[in-house]
Design a binder for this molecule. Structure first.
Ligand code: NAP
Length: 300
C-alpha cells in the first residue's frame, strides 16, 4: 500500500522531473490504470473523451508544455478535470528558436556546416537576412516574443491573429494568404487544432513566393506537409526552417534531403533552464491541486 496517488505519465520527461514525480506519486508509464488521479502529458499528447471516460478518478492533467491541441478540453471541463500548462517560462526559448531557424535557412548555416565538416570549402551565396518583410502568424506570448526579436531584421513586420492588437506597433493582416503575400519570411506561432489545420496550403505558399522562407515553431498540423515538400522541390518558395512536423518523430525523407531546409527535433523549449522551469511548474500545479490550493497556471 502507498499513500502516493497514482499518476500516469503519457509523455517523456527528464530524469529530475521523473524523480520528483516518483517522490510524490505512484507513477505509471504504460497505459493509465483506471484509478489514475493525475496525469502528466506533453503539449501534443492525445487525450480524448473516450480516454477520460476510462479514467473516472482523474482529477488533473498537468501539461508539460503550452500546446494543448490533442486534449479535449471540453470533455475535461465536463468531467471536472483540471488542466494546467507551463506558459511563459518557455516563451523566450521558443522565440529564440524561431529566429535561429530564420537566420539558419537564409544564411545556409546548416548546409554549410555539413559541407565544412565534410572537408569542403566553398562559399555559396545565401540570402541577406536583414531588411526582410517578416510576417508572424499567431501573435500571442511566443509570437510577440518573436516579433520583438525579429524587429532588427525586419524592414516591415506584420502579423495575423484572431484579433488585432491595437496596443502593439505591428500591422495586423486578417488573413494568412495576405500575410504571406506581404512577407519574405512567414513564421508560424499559432496553436494547432481544427481552426489552423493545414492553414498553410498551396495558396499560402504561392503567395509567400519564390524568395520566401517558411519557419514553423508552432505545430506540424498547421502545414500541409506534402504541399510544402512540393513547393520546396519546385521552387515555389525558397526554403523552410522546421521545428515541428506532421507526424513526429517521422520526418519525410524528401525534407531530409533538401539543402534549403533546416530541420530541428521539436526543440523549441529545449534549454536546460527552460525545461527546469517547465518541470517546476508541472510540480507546482500538481502540488497545489493535491493541497487544495489555487492552481498556478490553470487552463481549465
Ligand atoms: P498563445 O499565447 O495562446 O498565442 C496564440 C496566438 O495564436 C494568439 O495570438 C492567437 O490569436 C493566435 N491564434 C489562435 N488561433 C488562431 C487562428 N485560428 N487563426 C489565427 N491566429 C490564431 O500561445 P503561445 O504560448 O504563443 O504558443 C503558441 C503555440 O506555439 C502553442 O500553441 C504551441 O503549439 C506552439 N509551441 C511550440 C513549441 C516548440 O517547442 N516548437 C513550444 C511551445 C509552444 P489571438 O491573440 O487573437 O487570440
Amino acid at each position: 500500500m502507498t499513500d502516493r496517488p497514482p499518476l500516469s505519465l503519457v509523455t517523456a520527461v527528464a530524469p529530475p522531473l521523473l524523480a520528483e514525480l516518483e517522490r510524490r506519486f505512484t507513477v505509471h508509464r504504460a497505459s493509465p490504470p483506471a484509478d489514475t488521479r493525475a496525469m502528466v502529458a506533453g503539449g501534443a499528447s492525445l487525450i480524448d473523451a473516450e480516454m477520460l471516460d476510462a479514467l473516472p478518478r482523474l482529477e488533473i492533467i498537468a501539461v508539460h508544455g503550452v500546446g494543448h491541441d490533442g486534449i479535449d478540453l471540453d470533455a475535461a471541463r465536463a468531467r471536472g478535470i483540471r488542466v494546467t500548462t507551463t506558459p511563459d517560462v518557455l516563451t523566450d526559448d521558443v522565440a529564440d528558436q524561431a529566429i535561429a531557424l530564420m537566420l539558419a535557412v537564409q544564411r545556409r548555416i546548416a548546409v554549410n556546416d555539413r559541407m565544412v565538416r565534410d572537408g569542403g570549402w566553398r562559399v555559396p551565396l545565401g540570402r541577406r537576412a536583414s531588411g526582410r518583410r517578416i510576417g508572424i502568424f499567431g501573435l500571442g506570448r511566443i509570437g510577440q516574443a518573436i516579433a520583438r526579436r525579429a524587429e532588427p531584421f525586419a524592414a516591415e513586420l506584420r502579423y495575423t491573429a484572431r484579433s488585432a492588437k491595437p496596443d502593439l506597433p505591428w500591422q495586423f493582416v486578417p488573413d494568412i494568404a495576405a500575410l504571406a503575400a506581404a512577407s519574405d519570411v512567414l513564421i508560424l506561432a499559432a496553436p494547432g487544432g481544427a481552426a489552423t489545420h493545414h492553414i498553410v496550403d498551396a495558396d499560402v505558399l504561392a503567395a509567400l513566393g519564390a524568395d520566401g522562407v517558411l519557419v514553423n515553431i508552432a505545430r506540424g498540423s498547421l502545414v500541409d506537409e506534402a504541399t510544402l515538400i512540393a513547393a520546396l522541390a519546385g521552387g515555389t518558395i525558397a526554403g523552410a526552417g522546421l521545428d515541428v512536423f506532421a507526424a513526429e518523430p517521422d520526418v519525410p525523407r524528401a525534407l531530409r534531403h533538401m539543402d534549403h531546409v533546416v530541420l530541428a527535433p521539436h526543440q523549441g523549449s529545449a534549454t536546460e533552464s527552460g525545461r527546469a522551469a517547465m518541470a517546476a511548474l508541472v510540480l507546482a500545479n500538481l502540488d497545489a491541486h493535491f493541497a487544495g490550493q489555487p492552481l498556478p497556471t490553470p487552463l481549465v
